[in-house]
Design a protein around this ligand. Structure first.
Ligand SMILES: Nc1ncnc2c1ncn2[C@@H]1O[C@H](COP(=O)(O)OP(=O)(O)O)[C@@H](O)[C@H]1O
Ligand SMILES: [Mg+2]
Length: 155
């Protein structure tokens, strides 16, 4: 195991660079859990990752606050962007296509705390902490499948 990786993000462009670098490491079946309070930058991170992988910097990436999920067919896999803040309970996540997302897609999950027992063991946890108006710190901790990938992370 490698210790948690801490990355300082002095501005939103740095967050976008980290998102693009992580996007390049994603494989079908991956789950990335995004932790951090309201306004920490979970959606900003997701938007940058999706835009990078779609190759379209203008791609519409609305926050899934009300829809709870948005699916993006990307060249290498479908990316499922979840925001579970308003989830009524873990059973509701099945209706959103959780199994399908786990099977062949990649899942980016805001408010993964809501998953309860459905939280997959194989995942990357990314926590965003607000350190200033424009700055954040990212802390990354992954299950074993992520260890070599995190070691190769350059941004
Ligand atoms: N370094 C940064 N990384 C990410 N977002 C940032 C950063 N600096 C400022 N922001 C701003 O913080 C806000 C984050 O909002 P959002 O991504 O919706 O948060 P969350 O989804 O965690 O509630 C956005 O307005 C974004 O422009
Ligand atoms: Mg959000």
């Amino acid at each position: 195991m490698i210790p948690d990786l801490r990355i300082d993000l002095p501005d939103e462009a740095a967050t976008a660079r980290l998102a693009a670098a992580l996007g390049d490491l994603l494989r079908p079946g991956d789950t990335v859990c995004l932790y951090g309070g309201l306004g920490a930058g979970k959606t900003a991170f997701s938007r940058a990752l999706i835009r990078s992988l779609s190759g379209n910097p203008e791609e519409e990436v609305p926050s899934p606050t009300f829809t709870l999920v948005q699916v993006y067919p990307l060249p290498r896999f479908d990316l499922w962007h979840f925001d579970l803040y308003r989830l009524s309970g873990p059973e509701e996540v099945a209706e959103l296509g959780w199994e399908e997302a786990q099977a062949g897609g990649c899942a980016l999950v805001e408010w993964p705390e809501r998953l309860g027992d459905l939280l997959p063991a194989d995942r990357l946890d990314l926590t965003l902490t607000v350190t200033g108006p424009e700055s954040r710190t990212a802390t990354l901790a992954g299950s074993p499948s992520w260890t070599p990938r995190l070691e190769s992370l350059s941004c």
